[in-house]
Every structure is written in C-alpha cells, then in structure tokens.
Ligand binder design. Structure first.
Ligand SMILES: [Zn+2]
Length: 280
C-alpha cells in the first residue's frame, strides 16, 4: 500500500493512486481508492460503500507477547523488539447508513475513537448499527460510558457463541444490560442487514467473528503484530485464548484472503489498518 504523509486536522480529500503493484489475477474486484481525510482517520472508496478507519489508539506490540516464536524470526521481523500496531475501529457508509465495527477502548480507558467521529461531523447518534468482532475490552469498551449507552440509536450485533462465552465477564454483562433489546445475538454464518456476512473465526476468543462486505474482510484480532504474523501465521500472541484454533483460523483466513484477493481491515494492524495487497 502506498504510504501517505498525514497532515493533522487538514481536510485534504486528496485522491491517492494506489495501483502500485499487483496485477489482478482472475477475479475482477475493484480496488479501493484511499483518501486521506484527517489525522487518525483514513478513507477508502469501495464499490457501493465507503470505509473509514477511525484509529482509537496507536500502539506497539512487544515481542514478549510471542513467547513461542523462534528468536531468529523475532530478530528478523521485530528487530526493535516490537511491531507497529494500533487499536482501530472501522466505519462504513452504505445506503446512507453508518455501520461501525467495534468501538475501541472507550473514553475512560483513553480511546479517542469518538473524537474521530467528530472530525467527520458525525455524532454517536448517527450510528445505526454496530458489529462486534469479539468481547475484549479494547473492542466493546467504547459501547458504554458511566453506565449509559454511548450509541443511543444503534442496534448492536455480536455472535451468540461469543456472548455466551463472555456471559460472566463484567464489561460484557454491562453491555448486555445497557443495550438490552438493541443487542442482537446471531449465529456465525448469518448475513446481517442483508449485506454483511458474518464468518466464524474462532481461536482468539471462542466466538471471534469476521465480517465481509463485498471484497472487504474485517478480521478483528486475527493479527496482533503484522510484521511477524503475516509471514508467520503459526505464531500466536498471548492474547489468543485457544492457540491451536487461532493458528488454524489464521492460516485458513490468509488462504481465503489471497484466493479471493480481499482487502483486509484489522483492528490491530498499524494505521491505516487496511491492507489492499495481502502478503506480498
Ligand atoms: Zn484486541
């Protein structure tokens, strides 16, 4: 992906060519056009919808998270002992509706995703749907603040398996209570709103879920340190709860992404959080 210097708080709306490499193989999928919008926000045009990355926090992932990795691989792919990463959320505008994928840490934990919404002249009230990849605090923390729902009009979707696995988790319990009838549990494989395909991606958590819209695949916590785990899908960060399943999911996902030439959006991929040409 072409890297573009960001100019804080300046509305650039500058189209950046991103046809640097990769010939399309057999599948005729339109490439997204990236548009730098604002500091911590990246904009992409897809066929039929728009995508924004809203960075919640910038972050590094330490090599210490990968105790099982060979020292030589750490040295090669994480020479500074850490990898660039982030906590990202993703916003889609489709048919005039705003759909958010995960919500970051939340205000009280230092997440600034809401500021990124403000930069786009959007309010939490404007979000109609939220799809959750899994119930860790850096993904659902932004749903609630001081016992209140942050998104007063949103219908929230999360896999039934994930909600069940986290039914005793304090934050998940709070979310379930606060969103009440606006929280919808679905079975992996269901299509949401007629156009968002949910895909079981178990391993990181018991009900971890991907979402696919057109040629975009939102992969949640499939990858924590891109520099190491894209060349080495066999390595798990310590956050993966079922390592064997996580490795299987990662290998199958990489294959699926490559076979279908999907664009990948990851919650911990370094900003912009989006990879157009995966694994090249
Ligand atoms: Zn995470």
């Amino acid at each position: 992906m072409k890297k573009t210097v960001l100019f804080p708080c300046v509305l650039l709306l500058m189209l950046v060519s991103c046809h640097q490499k990769q010939e399309q193989k057999n599948i005729d999928v339109p490439e997204p056009q990236e548009t730098v919008v604002l500091d911590g926000v990246y904009h992409f045009n897809f066929d039929g919808f728009e995508l924004w990355t809203l960075q919640d926090v910038q972050r590094k992932m330490s090599a210490d998270l990968f105790k099982d990795a060979k020292k030589a691989d750490i040295k090669q792919f994480m020479p500074d002992g850490e990898a660039d990463a982030a906590i990202n959320t993703f916003l889609i505008k489709k048919n005039g509706k705003y759909i958010l994928f995960d919500t970051g840490l939340g205000l009280e934990k230092g997440g600034v995703m809401l500021d990124k919404l403000t930069l786009l002249n959007l309010r939490p009230e404007d979000i109609s749907t939220i799809c959750i990849t899994h119930c860790h605090g850096d993904h659902i923390g932004g749903l609630v603040s001081k016992g209140e729902p942050v998104f007063p009009n949103a219908e929230v979707y999360c896999s039934d398996k994930e909600l069940n696995a986290f039914k005793n988790d304090a934050l998940t319990k709070e979310v379930v209570k606060i969103y009440d009838s606006r929280l919808h549990a679905f079975a992996a494989g269901d299509t949401l709103l007629g156009e968002i395909r949910s895909i079981a991606a178990y391993g990181h958590t018991p009900g971890h879920t991907f979402y696919q819209i057109g040629n975009l695949l939102i992969v949640g916590d499939l990858i924590h340190a891109a520099a190491l785990q894209i060349p080495h899908p066999e390595y798990c960060a310590k956050y993966d709860t079922d390592k064997k399943s996580a490795v299987k999911t990662r290998k199958e996902a990489y294959q699926y992404i490559r076979d279908n030439q999907l664009v990948v959006a990851g919650m911990h991929l370094p900003f912009s959080g989006v990879i157009e040409h995966f694994g090249e």
